[in-house]
Ligand binder design. Structure first.
Ligand SMILES: [Zn+2]
Length: 477
């Protein structure tokens, strides 16, 4: 590994607004155009947004539905934005609330469109009948008030985290918009890929780092094609960058620490194992965050409360999500094990392929098995059937159960499949999965289908028994 630091000239080049978009990528997709302003005094974001929506469903539509995730932080929200056990860490200065309002919703000719916001904070906009493949452009204004919280969306100690910060189109499932609420556990998101044109003004003197570039002199002006989300983080950050095969990889931190090299190692390892990362930049920002980190396309958060060892692990984990969640999407509400389990296992593979980090694959798997067994004994007794992974995140009893079933058991499942079918079939299968499900939302059937192309083992009942909790992984006395 060779860690490179960019010259001043290179920093200037990266800091210029990136307006040249790769239009081959994302051709024909729904497009969000957002013009937003961050107000430092009020801790608000005010924005005009237009959505050029293409009906890629097989249904005739009479409404568009959007999640207003900003309202997850409002007082009396249906679900608390975090689990109860995380409150003191997420809100060091006491509970704080945010909000999100929408107004002036109209079609492209300026005709007002009727809309409602339901108890799940889902915005439904009535539109003229829209047949499959037809497009409609709607415009709206929104205002986001930021809670003081160390979370995906919020303000804390000079840092503004803007994840899931604009009205996001709901997933379309089984002939209708899937209007689920925000949930306290997991990452309750399930968006389709889209294109983004974002203009964002922010206080000069701060740095705005986004899913598709870095701002300059208080203005971010960028576009991103074929991505599942678009996030921004603003703070007084120092930047270290390096270009790896045409991808700008950068680390942003308030301090002088630098983990660009870990990001580069992760990018190279996953490119080689699974297939090429499709975007032009990959940024890691160390910011105020309650857990380890959070993934968005082209931009990941790493918590500013982690030690050196944990930062490395979180960087490797969140960058793995660029492949599993980002490019290959999942229903993170109902099938969270698929992206978290595979991402956790990919993190283990990162250590296996990069022995200089001094973390052994066998030890990570043994740790997972031991802690999983202890967890089951403590919380389930002999109730092995309770270890189902195919649940909505809302159905887990605690964030601990969610973590054990999706990350830990998920990792054990993937290691077990690898042992069963062998290294060659396993990694060939993951490459097939990545290529075949690129920019789509994949399911358990998709990953099994991809793996089965490279092995004679039929995996559905084997994987299915892990997922539905009927497999006996170990004996409890
Ligand atoms: Zn994760």
């Amino acid at each position: 590994m060779k860690k490179l630091f960019v010259s001043v000239l290179a920093v200037v080049i990266i800091a210029l607004p990136l307006v040249a978009c790769n239009d081959e990528l994302g051709e024909g997709l729904t497009e969000y155009t957002i013009c937003a302003t961050l107000n430092e005094q009020e801790r608000t974001v005010t924005a005009d947004m237009s959505v050029d929506y293409v009906n890629d469903t097989e249904s005739e539509l009479s409404e568009l539905a959007f999640h207003l995730y900003g309202n997850a932080y409002r007082e009396h929200a249906k679900h608390f934005p975090i689990s109860q056990s995380e409150i003191s860490v997420a809100y060091p200065n006491g509970l704080s609330y945010g909000y999100m309002t929408v107004s002036d919703i109209a079609d492209s000719k300026g005709n007002a469109l009727e809309f409602t916001v339901d108890e799940n904070d889902v915005l439904s906009v009535a539109i003229p009948k829209l047949l499959p493949t037809e497009r409609i452009t709607i415009n709206m204004k929104f205002v986001l008030g930021l809670a003081e919280i160390r979370h995906r969306l919020g303000y804390y100690s000079g840092k503004y985290n803007l994840g899931n910060w604009y009205p996001v189109l709901c997933a379309f499932k089984d002939g209708e918009w899937y209007k689920h609420p925000y949930y306290s556990y997991g990452d309750p998101f399930d968006s389709a890929v889209a294109n983004y044109n974002v203009t964002f003004s922010y206080p000069e003197g701060l740095t705005a780092v986004s899913s598709a570039g870095v701002g300059s002199d208080g203005m971010l002006n960028v576009c991103l094609r074929s991505a599942r989300d678009f996030a921004i983080c603003v703070g007084d950050f120092n930047q270290t960058s390096v270009n790896v095969g045409g991808v700008d990889v950068a680390w942003f931190s308030e301090g002088s620490d630098d983990y660009t090299g870990v990001a580069v190692d992760a990018l190279k390892t996953y490119n080689e194992l699974f297939g090429e990362y499709p975007y032009e930049s990959l940024f890691v920002v160390k910011t105020a965050f309650v857990n380890g980190g959070m993934e968005y396309p082209g931009l990941v958060y790493v918590s500013d409360a982690l030690n050196d060892e944990m930062i490395k692990e979180v960087v490797a984990h969140e960058i793995a999500h660029q492949w599993w969640y980002g490019v290959v999407g999942n229903d993170q509400v109902n099938e969270a094990w698929l992206d978290e389990g595979l991402t956790e296992y990919t993190t283990t593979v990162f250590y296996e392929k990069n022995p200089s980090y001094g973390v052994k694959k066998e030890e990570r798997i043994a740790d997972s098995l031991t802690t999983y067994m202890l967890y089951c004994e403590l919380y389930y007794g002999n109730g092995k059937k309770m270890t189902a992974m195919n649940k909505c995140v809302a159905e887990y009893n605690s964030s601990l159960e969610y973590s054990y079933m999706t990350y830990v058991k998920g990792q054990l499942l993937f290691d077990s499949v690898r042992t069963l079918i062998g290294d060659e079939a396993f990694f060939d299968g993951l490459r097939t999965y990545y290529q075949g499900c690129k920019f789509k939302v994949a399911t358990m059937a998709d990953i099994i289908g991809a793996l089965e192309q490279h092995t004679s083992y039929r995996l559905m009942s084997y994987v299915g028994s892990w997922v539905d909790g009927t497999a006996l992984l170990y004996s409890v006395n």
